[in-house]
Design a protein around this ligand. Structure first.
Ligand code: SF4
Ligand code: MG
Length: 330
């Protein structure tokens, strides 16, 4: 088993009093060593919950079933102490809003050095040296100066680099990145992505990128999992997914993406459902242009269609081809 992350048939239901709200339904996702894997879908589809549950950050009062292994270690059966250890040594996370995860009154140098001393038992001087090296590794222009700065003195993009540096302090094997560039402009986003690619190349880091941006995922990921209403609806290599999306939702995401100038904002028509709102049948049926009677009655089971794993009754059938036309330009 060489998977850095192996999520198998993960289901999660949150309970509040009498009400049970299913959030994830039999989610399977893998990330091999050195692989960059995308988890793509609209907000509310369960992407963040999948990541968080995988590393033991499960909401209170949740029923969880399935199997999760991080670098071979069973996560669902692990003690809180073991989970904390995996999160601090093996699997680091970065998030959309770095400011929510950093103490505004602490200098960048103190923040990083604390992490380094905790993880690597370094002396104060060694930790400061290592922190400067990390800031240089993530491409910050003046590491020695940034060490003395406070978070508010840095731009969002610079602060996200600091968070990546902090995530590297424990020398993790796996980086879980939850919408790391969603709040950033396109240029900064591209810079952060090239840092992630370099970290994979130079450190052999495995990366799971959670994003609502299918283009972004195609640009950096080896494989992509598309998620809808708490389920994985399609898995394929990034190139294959872009060339010929098999699931109508994937095709709709490609069709809805903004143009090259990112001026035009479009979205998949209709409202995304939460898993708890699905009334049987395919969760995408209310928005699917191809839906027929069977779709409203029976939930589709994932199967292989032209090398894509796809959960759609009609995928691969003549006349419902979602076509390669959406994929030009990636
Ligand atoms: Fe559309 Fe039916 Fe496929 Fe669901 S199963 S995506 S409703 S065609
Ligand atoms: Mg999220």
């Amino acid at each position: 088993d060489t998977a850095m992350l192996a999520v198998e048939e993960l289901s999660l239901t949150v309970r509040r009093g009498e009400i049970a709200k299913p959030i994830l339904a039999s989610v399977s996702l893998t990330c091999a060593k050195g692989e960059i894997v995308g988890l793509v879908g609209e907000s509310g589809s369960g992407k963040s919950m999948t990541l968080r549950t995988a590393v033991g950050l499960t909401p209170a009062a949740a029923d969880v079933s399935g199997r999760v292994r991080v670098s071979g270690r069973d996560m669902l059966g692990a003690s809180p102490k073991e989970l904390t250890e995996v999160r601090s040594r093996t699997a680091s996370m970065i998030f959309q809003d770095p400011r929510a995860h950093i103490n505004p009154f602490q200098r960048i140098g103190t923040f990083l050095a604390e992490g380094l001393r905790m993880h690597q038992g370094k002396s104060k001087q060694d930790a400061a040296r290592a922190a400067i090296a990390l800031l240089a590794e993530v491409g910050l222009p003046d590491p020695a100066r940034h060490m003395r700065q406070y978070p508010h003195e840095l731009s969002g993009g610079m602060l996200q680099r600091v968070m990546i540096a902090a995530a590297l302090a424990s020398e993790p094997e796996l980086l879980l990145a939850d919408e790391p560039t969603t709040a950033l402009d396109v240029t900064t986003q591209a810079e952060i992505m090239s840092i992630l690619l370099r970290l994979r190349r130079e450190r052999g880091l495995s990366i799971v990128l959670v994003t609502h941006d299918l283009d972004l995922a195609v640009s950096i990921c080896d494989r992509i999992h598309v998620m809808y209403a708490g389920s994985i609806v399609e898995v394929a290599s990034a190139a294959e997914l872009a060339r010929r999306p098999q699931h109508p939702y994937t095709a709709a995401l490609f069709a809805a993406r903004p143009g090259p100038d990112r001026q035009e904002l479009r979205s998949v028509s209709g409202r995304p459902l939460g898993l708890y709102e699905v009334e049987g049948g395919c969760a995408f049926a209310p928005r699917c242009p191809a839906a027929d009677g069977l779709c409203h009655e029976t939930p589709p089971v994932a199967r292989l269609v032209d090398g894509h794993l796809v959960a759609c009754h009609l995928a691969g059938e003549p006349g419902t081809d979602t076509g390669p036309a959406h994929a030009a330009g990636t």
